[in-house]
Design a protein around this ligand. Structure first.
Ligand code: F0G
Length: 435
């Protein structure tokens, strides 16, 4: 298979060698994507091969990313690949969440089961492999937390030096802790995500550091496997909807690309519709869908949300995401802080749990079902992007009624579960539990 980088812009489509260190089209500035020329293997053969690898003990086959390597054939060989056994995440039935959302049935694809607790690992194993292939020694990213945790882990595992830039005071503690523990040089910058991204891009170029934000097309390749794995787990029956939170919109770009490629390869016979959910105070993509002129993103100067993972006002992958939502017949919805918080608690009550950004999915489903956009009997998979333990502070505050929105407004603990302080007194505790 011959792999190249191609400009995503329809009017350009310039092509570049797969091993050129570029993040945007040198001709027109458009986003780049990996493209492959050559006859694809027959779908039946690929399905059998990928299924058979599930019983293999080879590290590459045990990865839920590299098991599907024929779907992401950008490397000449696999010597530089580091896997931490990313992917292989479950589909979980959640009847309570379904009922809350207004659906007969709802299944979560839980990316929080990944080695560093988020979907970023699917992409990062690919980004790190490309860094090794290019002979880069240092990798960098700006992050709302999960990208930095993931990059720190994969960089260290691959013997690369990780430099992470994070918006000071604006990421969940669990994520910051991971970056430190995995050994990344961690810089907390007093600026927001969008401002830091511009800074890091120019620094990366002048210092020869490889950029591993989701603008990196190889990250997107890895994240495609989330959709492939989901389809395989469903015996290649496409759902009606795939619901996901939208921040920098890399995942939306990746899922759409995966769906189009699976269709083309005959792995699925129809595409699900994508439903992208944003937080109300940080919803430029939602606004874009409502403006007649979709050639410019109405970026949000000061994005606000407690779901810090998706606190992004100027998402880089919006042109790709726009295309994918349109092609799939998808929708974009926005939800409030209260809606996210309550949906998150409901997901917790299913015994599943997730971080705030992930819960935007269920909040969005509830809104879309109530509006009649999503039918009650629809076949829906929502992607939970991050682990419940990423942001314990949010959880504690919600359940004790102390959670406040970005503007200081109180979030009601609709499904609150306050811990009780009791004396060391057997009789009184028995009384309490008996009541
Ligand atoms: N959910 C979680 C838990 C995330 O960490 C992110 C993004 C998203 C959803 C949104 O995904 O950007 O592909 O639309 N986190 C990035 C980070 C930005 O730096 O960790 P997206």
């Amino acid at each position: 298979m011959h792999a190249e980088l191609a400009c995503f812009e329809e009017r350009c489509r310039a092509r570049f060698p797969i091993d050129e260190v570029i993040y945007n089209c040198p001709r027109c500035g458009g986003l780049l994507e990996a493209v492959y020329d050559g006859p694809p293997q027959p779908a039946a053969e690929l399905r059998a091969l990928w299924r058979a690898r599930r019983t293999s003990n080879a590290p590459l086959d045990q990865s839920g990313v590299w098991r599907f390597r024929e779907f992401i054939p950008f490397l000449p060989d696999y010597r530089g690949v580091v896997t931490l056994r990313e992917g292989d995440t479950p589909l979980l039935d959640a009847p309570r969440a379904a009922q809350y959302g207004g659906l007969d049935r709802l299944v979560f694809k839980h990316q929080g089961y990944n080695p560093t607790g988020s979907f970023k690992d699917n992409g990062m194993t690919c980004g790190a492999a490309q860094a090794v292939r290019l002979g880069m020694r240092r990798v960098a990213c700006v992050s709302t937390g999960n990208t930095s945790a993931s990059m720190a882990a994969y960089a260290s595992a691959a013997g690369l030096q990780a430099i992470v830039f994070i918006p000071h005071g604006n990421i969940a503690y669990g994520k910051l802790a991971q970056a430190l523990e995995y050994g990344a040089r961690t810089l907390q910058v007093e600026a927001n995500f969008d401002e830091i991204l511009a800074l890091v891009r120019s620094l990366a170029e002048s210092l020869g550091i490889y950029l591993l934000n989701s603008i990196n097309p190889f990250r997107i390749e890895g994240q495609k496997t989330i959709m492939v794995e989901m389809m395989e787990q469903r015996d290649w029956r496409a759902p009606d909807w795939v619901v996901l939170p939208g921040g920098n919109l890399g995942n939306t770009a990746a899922f759409g690309k995966a769906l189009r490629e699976m269709l083309r390869m005959g792995l699925i016979d129809r595409s699900p519709r994508l439903a992208v959910i944003q937080a109300e105070g940080s919803a430029p993509f939602y606004e874009l869908m409502r403006t007649p002129d979709r050639s410019r993103l109405p970026r949000v100067e000061h994005p606000q949300t407690l779901a810090t993972a998706i606190k992004i006002g100027d998402p880089v992958s919006w042109p790709k995401a726009l295309h994918e939502v349109a092609v799939s017949g998808g929708v974009v919805e926005k939800v409030s802080e209260q809606e996210i918080a309550d949906a998150k608690a409901v997901i917790g009550r299913c015994g599943i749990g997730c971080e705030p950004a992930s819960a935007a999915t269920l909040a969005g489903i509830r809104k879309l079902a109530a509006a009649g956009v999503m039918r009650g009997d629809a076949d829906v998979v929502a992607v939970l992007t991050g682990n419940v333990l990423k942001d314990p502070d949010y959880i504690y505050r919600y359940h004790t009624g102390e959670l406040e929105g970005p503007g200081g407004e109180r979030i009601a603990p609709t499904f609150g579960n306050r811990p009780l302080v009791v004396p060391n007194d057997r009789r009184r505790i028995a009384e309490l539990l008996g009541s």
